[in-house]
Design a protein around this ligand. Sequence first.
Ligand code: 3PG
Length: 306
Amino acid sequence: MKVLVATEKPFAKAAVDGIREIVEKAGHTLVLLEKYTDVNDFHKAVADADALIVRSDKVTKEVIDNAKNLKIVVRAGAGYDNLDLAACTARNIVAMNTPGQNSNAVAELAIGMMIYMARNTFKPGTGAELKGKKIGLHAYGNVGRLVALLAKGFGMEVYAYDPFISAENIKKDGVIPVDSEEKLYETCHYISLHIPANDKTKKSIGYRFLSKLPKGGCLINTARKEVINEEELVKVMEERADIKYCSDVAPDNAAEMAEKFQARYFATPKKMGAETAEANINAGLASANQIVKFFANGDKTFQVNK
Ligand code: 3PG
């Protein structure tokens, strides 16, 4: 079988070496398409691939239409909003992610961003400490749990809202469950977003929640820019000179944000939450192993288009 790794943002070399070893040991062939700038190169490369590994690369209907032999696509990472699941399902292609594999890298970045914002984006002047502050985890999945663990190490009081996880399970981790988003936002100095981007969540974080933040409130977004209602975020930050926003990947209104809010705003130019060698290796190798198992015995663990 031909396994294509198509990554506009490539994996670290050690991850590629590991993927190659797993794929070739199982008797398959690895083909690499890295740092492509023209999506047509992706369309061409996928034409005879039986399996596909991507990162945030958009697996559109057009990609699927070009991939006549494709049987499985694995998003090496957590969020699979870049996969056209309907197009995969229509062709009987199994779509998977690799949950948890890059979570620690994202959780560490969320903490780093909190410190950066608490210290006024490292500009001269008096900042604040995380110790004793309240952090609200908006969704308590793999990343949220790790942020909770790290935040407790900083002496923060940790709250979480997640309608899919029982209050008992949240409490077991020494985290305080809250039963509404409003409650989370009105209680916590820091909100760390860990919700996926889907039809329900896109543009869902706006005035209704952000205007409730306590004085000095700071929103940390290592999830997806699409979940923010950017116009409403600007409105809140214009009305309240104490609110801060930090995002892993620039919002669509990045120029306006930078000009209006300066040290109250920061965004990474390219998504970097999972940009560690460890996360690349974990997610990359997991993808290769999932593909090998799928071809060996039809294993569909981690399928997301069921
Ligand atoms: C994810 O959903 O796993 C992260 O956003 C990582 O995305 P990346 O592989 O594009 O860095």
